[in-house]
Write a new protein. Sequence first.
Length: 492
Amino acid sequence: MSRLPRRILEKIPFPMPCLWLVMLVFGLLLGACSPILPPQVDEATPQTTRTRAVLPTLIPTAAPQPEQTATPDALDDLRGLEIRLLHPWTGSLAAALENAVRDFNQGNEWGIRVRAESSGSSMVLAQRMENSPSAEPIADLIIAPSENLLFWHAHGNRIRPLNDFLLDPRWGLSEARRADYPLAFWQQDQAEGQQLGIPALRTARVFFYNLSWASELGFSRPPETLDEFRQHACTAARANNTDRTGSNDGTGGWMVDTDGWTIYAWLKSFGLNNPLRGEPVRLSFNHPQTLQAGEFLRGMVDEGCAFFGRIPPEEAFATRRALYFSASLLDIPVLTATLQRLGSQDVWMALPFPVSDRPVVVVGGLSYGILRSQPERELAAWLFIRWMTQPEVQAALLQSGGGLPLGAASANLAQEDMRQKYPAWGTALQWIPIAQPLPVSGEWRFARFILEDAFWQALQYYVPPEQIPTVLNQIDPTLREVVERHTGQARP
């Protein structure tokens, strides 16, 4: 076996096995492998019910509840206690967090002091977490991707479940505050009825679409279906290939993006219901929708309606080399600044992923988690998290970092400022009630990179289209190998 390409290895903050992808491609070119179609999976299960904007109950009633952990009754157990917070944020978002920490330190009635430290990125934080002995926690609480919290809970039992804190009559969150969070946001941090984290930041993968240019191309409204998405992209590509500017030939449609989050949203657009299967429940992408998405996107590339860019996508968008590109809502400030810098006056907007019946909006992000330690330290960490759930604090973080509001209360406080600075941001608010979470599994931390590389390979011109099933069929075996090597546990 060979190794994953360096561009993918550099993104993964943990040891990886020798894998398959580079040699697979050359094997395909030599005709060494024959197409293997994905096995037929029963897709009769109805589409997952769309989540509502409120939380009806904290935990499903049939789910097991964690054991109650005693909380100190005497304030002396907390007074003067110093706890450590490790987070990945930098820049304005880190500054907003520091302001919240300072206000908590100055105002909390117990005299608790929080000492915040930035790791610089979620990947570095994960490396520190996994390189430290479980008996020596790197912090009392962390801000990390939901899938990391789920993985560290399942492998090492290092994350402290929060059910008893949430529902405690003295220390917990009120029902009104819990209900203010969209259900999809809560779901990302749940495992077997246990709430392992509290949302800290949520965003969605979207398309940015040039309304002005589309209007000139003859389109009166944005695309809503897969066919319309292809039609708009192909029309833009033809326009660039036939104008008098040679430097934009080969551009114009969708600028290819194979980020794992983007690919998962495409799979949902093609009707993937639930990638979690089996007992024990594990991630699997061996579904017909995976091949359908791969063939659709490869078809767009082969037709010239999608292209691999050599400049940042924001610049391609600003110079009409891309009618649309996919990115995170967190990228709106970067896109806005790029358009201003390059003098573009085009009107643009954010779009959900296209689908035949309703749009697809896949959300994910970071959450607060408590590492297991002593009861008083866990309670102190929880009290700080509770402070961070205040709408005023959430609004300040939203205004600094962007993304989606964590509830209606924080949205009301921040939306005037956000709409004024980033008009396209307001469009995304209407999607929250139909938002779907990324796979609620610790395995997603590995799967996203494997999806990314498999689809990147499948879209390359030197991979014959008839060999695309072979490439995509390797996703699940590769995921199993990665998880097994990382956890030391064999998977059937």
